[in-house]
Design a protein around this ligand. Structure first.
Ligand SMILES: *Cc1c(COP(=O)(O)O)cnc(C)c1O
Length: 938
């Protein structure tokens, strides 16, 4: 028998499926679909919209096709700049980090005890950013520079307690994509953006809550903002400055000029251009504003043995608690790329980075010297703005003909950006394109830009790993502390941790996809545009919608883009009063946070006893808010893991009242090939390609969150951020374009039949787990027929009440058994949500189930009085190698602690790196950059 890709992607084979279905008590996968999915929405296999997909192809065929597409792209020398610079990723980082499943298949580090490796790497990232920008605290990444600027804008407004102004002042020399994203974000929030030339140092009249500047500017100019920042502070405004991290190795950083907030991107620190993404944005603040930071923040704390340990600080899962009052909707960020950037800094160290920066600057100086009077600014780092009256187009065309892309600013100006990959030969081509000869080397006669005197990156994290051997071992040492998909199943509800096949991953580092500038001329990128077009049409077919935008960089950004579309639709129709978004109480926290960002009021709809949306309450809420109803935002199948049978009726009720229906598509792994939200009542959905469509989670990002809409909303989809007057939710038109080949390859290799079989297998496996564990941990919600969808919620509340054993205890104890924990306390506190996905084979499902049953046995021992809960293997979990030696005052044995019954052999034991971490201690003593080395000693 020849196996197809689908046979390798899907864990259980035909025999295993038979055993799974026997346990569930159902005849076939199709019978399961009929039973679980409401007949009113279930598509017939022939009518599920997937006939437009090409026939499934093998891994090697698809790699050939993608190689041809990559080849059709032109990898020119990118001297376009504008926030995107070519960079030389050290091969040791490409192979052992970017292409290493131990790093890219990890999940967001919510379980810190088995995530110490990536948490340490992220702490290095935070330290790197705060050092280079001269700020005190940096978070663990933003989605890109433009959205980081937008988060800076709202942070300034929240943090400014003296100004009541709704006006934000921005410098005219910001990147155009930053300006577009700021405008898009400002409008629904009632923020007025005022743009002015600020380099002269004078502020326009009036009050502002904040000022946004950037250094170097889009034109390449370096401005000292010290006086302007002081003037802004005097006026009651706070200041955020964009900063280029490589330039910061030479010039005075904004933090030393008095800025309150600093934002930017770390792309040029070893992260490929990728036609716009993914790469890690950053946001850094003074300590006074640390608690205002959006996104995730890694902090230092201690474990149960008093050892130093890392965990997410403060606002972890903040949206789930604060909902529409959350500081931001950001959930999935850019962890993998942040770690690449941090390791790039560790590998080069301060001296290495400074040398790279000097080389880049020297190339720019050489250009300036050759171009003489035509150069517009005297102080620049890497970008030279050149005045060529009437001749700009010809210069750009000439350089293009010789393999170098320059930026056409307008008919009279060209900008040339140098970067780490720039060579003497490129400089010569550029000078020749301007019709200039080379200037005498070393005689530019320009003032030095090197004003920075403060040290940076002095911590051992940045001084110890400059050789390849040291870096290789550091990467291995860190990833060995973590549980990722390369070690065992990650049974996370709502997050769909499925296989990220190697054939899907290989192409993303090919230069034909990785080394393209997002604003490269279209004729350079036909292969990638083809991937994008295919994907837009395939995803539209899969979801039953008419149009798809791939721009949003995460699910949360897709939500925001979709809600903006709804808002604009109502406004265009003159329904200016429609500002209310109904959200069921079980919704993911990002939903409410996104609605607030889109300028909508959130009204909560109740759920019934069985977990379904309460249609009576919905009717009442619709009546209450009649004229103001903008939309409802539901998740389908629900976050309770159930196909609600009344979904069609629910959608109809909202439509009759003039509202739109947003279907959160994070649970699409339960729908692909079976039902289409665009056909059963949705007007708009976002998908999470990093959940349903195989983009790896990367330890908490990257993600892609396409937004799909029906025709009437198509004109409100995000546009090109470089076009004036457009609106955009990311800095690049196609967001994280370079990882789209992953999803393309997945769909191409699975084909229609494979995708449908994957969905049915995921549902069958979830039902198998639910059936086998129900007598140990009751399954909280099931559908009308006793089935669950692709995930199930295990209710531990009664166990906790009876024995004191909490979901935390079970989650941490699973680490001793070699497993990552399920999702904890979402969407219901005191429960665990389990999602097996289709990629786990029956042995793995059984190993997980056996571990859970063995843990239940331990809980029973606590209940029977064998151990007090406070001194049980559950509360003591996880246990480290240190538990093997020294005193052992506990009533349970060391064997029970570290080799609990049920650890499947011959699976090698996974050793958690630290004991249970005291999160609250770290929040009280907030430390968010690398601790001194002696802190590791005790
Ligand atoms: C994951 C998830 C989101 C948010 O997606 P991100 O990609 O993390 O921003 C939204 N809704 C639901 C139901 C989810 O599971």
């Amino acid at each position: 028998m020849t196996r197809s890709f689908a046979d390798r992607h899907i864990g259980p084979d035909a025999d295993a499926i038979t055993r799974i279905l026997d346990t569930v008590g159902i005849e076939s996968l199709d019978a399961l679909a009929d039973l679980a999915v409401p007949a009113s929405i279930l598509d017939a296999p022939a009518g599920n919209g997937l006939c437009v997909l090409p026939q499934a192809a093998s891994e090697h065929e698809v790699l050939d096709e993608l190689a041809a597409l990559a080849h059709s792209n032109t990898v020119a020398a990118s001297m376009i700049g504008l926030g995107y610079y070519d960079t030389l990723t050290p091969p040791v980082l490409v192979r052992n980090l970017l292409e290493n499943p131990a790093w890219y298949t990890a999940y967001t580090p919510y379980q810190p005890e088995i995530s110490q490796g990536r948490l340490e790497a992220l702490l290095n990232f935070q330290t790197m950013v705060s050092d280079l920008t001269g700020m005190e605290v940096a978070n663990a990444s933003m989605l890109d520079e433009a959205t980081a600027a937008a988060e800076a804008m709202t942070l300034l407004r929240r943090a400014n307690r003296t100004s009541t102004s709704a006006r934000l002042l921005i410098d005219a020399d910001l990147f155009p994509q930053t300006r577009t994203v700021l405008q898009t974000r400002a409008e629904p929030l009632g923020i007025e953006i005022v743009e002015a030339e600020l380099a002269g140092g004078t502020l326009p009249e009036g009050d502002f809550f904040g000022v946004l500047v950037q250094v170097p500017g889009a034109s390449g100019r370096i401005t000292d903002w010290t006086d302007l920042i002081a003037a802004a502070h005097e006026r009651g405004a706070l200041v955020a400055a964009g900063a280029d991290l490589l330039a910061m190795t030479l010039i005075t950083p904004p933090g030393e000029q008095g800025a309150d907030v600093c934002f930017g991107t770390t792309q040029r620190f070893g992260v490929p251009l990728g036609f716009g993404g993914p790469h890690a944005g950053f946001l850094a603040v003074r300590s006074a504003h640390a608690r205002q930071l959006p996104g995730r923040l890694v902090g230092v704390s201690k474990d149960a043995d008093g050892h130093l340990a890392y965990r997410l600080a403060l606002q972890t899962r903040e949206q789930h608690i604060r909902r529409e009052k959350a500081t931001s909707n950001i959930c999935t960020a850019q962890v993998l790329l942040a770690i690449v950037a941090a390791m790039y800094a560790s590998y080069h160290g301060a001296d290495g980075l400074r040398a790279i920066a000097r080389r880049v600057h020297r190339h720019a100086e050489r250009l300036a010297a050759g171009l003489g009077e035509a150069v517009v600014h005297e102080r620049f780092f890497d970008t030279v703005l050149v005045h060529v009256p009437g001749g700009a187009e010809a210069v750009v065309a000439k350089a293009k003909g010789r393999g170098v892309n320059l930026r056409l600013v307008d008919g009279d100006h060209v900008a040339v950006a140098c970067d780490e990959a720039t060579t003497e030969a490129h400089v010569a081509v550029v000078l020749d394109s301007f019709g200039s000869g080379a200037a005498e080397p070393g005689a530019p006669g320009l003032p030095s830009i090197e004003t920075r005197t403060s040290p940076y990156l002095t911590h051992p994290a940045f001084t110890r790993y400059h050789t390849e051997t040291a870096m290789l071992r550091y990467l291995r040492q860190l990833s060995d502390k973590d549980i990722a998909l390369d070690r065992s199943m990650i049974p996370l509800g709502s997050c769909t941790m499925k296989l990220n096949a190697t054939a899907e991953m290989e192409p993303i580092t090919w230069p034909g996809f990785a080394r393209l500038h997002p604003y490269a001329p279209v004729e350079d990128v036909p292969g990638l545009l083809r991937v994008i077009e295919d994907l837009e049409s395939w995803l539209a077919a899969l979801t039953g919608y008419d149009r798809v935008s791939l721009q949003p960089n995460a699910g949360s950004q897709g939500e925001y883009a979709g809600l903006l579309a709804i808002r604009r639709y109502h406004l265009d129709r003159g329904d200016t009063h429609r500002d209310t978004c109904l959200i069921p109480s079980s919704a993911h926290g990002t939903n409410a946070a996104s609605a607030a960002m889109a300028g909508l009021r959130v009204e909560v709809v109740k759920c019934r006893e069985n977990g379904d949306v309460d249609l009576d309450d919905l009717r009442a809420k619709i009546a209450d808010h009649a004229d103001r109803l903008a939309c409802i935002m539901i998740t389908y199948p629900s976050t309770h893991g159930v196909y609600e049978h009344e979904v069609a009726e629910l959608c109809a009720l909202v439509h009759e009242a003039g509202g739109q229906v947003y279907v959160d598509g994070a649970n699409l792994n339960a729908l692909v090939g079976l039902a289409r939200p665009g056909r059963f009542g949705g007007d708009v959905s976002h998908l999470n390609l990093h959940k349903t469509f195989c983009i790896p989670h990367g330890g908490g990002g990257p993600g892609v969150g396409p937004v799909a809409v029906r025709e009437h909303l198509a004109r409100y989809l995000p546009g090109d951020p470089l076009e004036t007057g457009s609106h955009a939710v990311s800095a690049a038109r196609y967001g994280s374009a370079s990882i789209l080949p992953i999803t393309w390859a997945y769909i191409r290799m699975m084909g229609a039949e494979g995708l449908r079989r994957a969905t049915l297998t995921a549902i069958a496996s979830a039902n198998y787990i639910a059936r086998r564990l129900d007598s140990h941990y009751p399954v909280l919600y099931t559908g009308a027929d006793g089935t669950v969808a692709h995930e199930c919620i295990l209710d531990l509340r009664e166990i906790t009440r009876r024995t004191g054993v909490t979901v935390d205890d079970v989650a941490k104890r699973l680490a001793d058994y070699g497993f990552h924990a399920p999702t904890m306390s979402f969407p219901v506190a005191g429960t665990l949500m389990v999602e097996p996905t289709e990629s786990e084979n029956l042995d793995e499902l059984d190993a997980f189930i056996d571990a859970m049953i063995a843990i239940k046995g331990e809980i029973d021992q606590v209940a029977a009085g064998a151990w007090p809960v406070e001194d049980s293997p559950l509360r003591g979990a996880p246990h480290t190698t240190a538990c093997l030696v020294g005193d052992w005052p506990h009533p349970y044995s060391r064997e029970t602690a570290v080799f609990p019954q049920g650890v499947a052999h011959p699976r090698p034991k996974i050793w958690p790196a630290v004991r249970r971490i005291d999160g609250a201690y770290g929040d009280r003593n907030l430390v968010c950059s690398c601790p001194p080395l002696d802190a590791y000693a005790d």
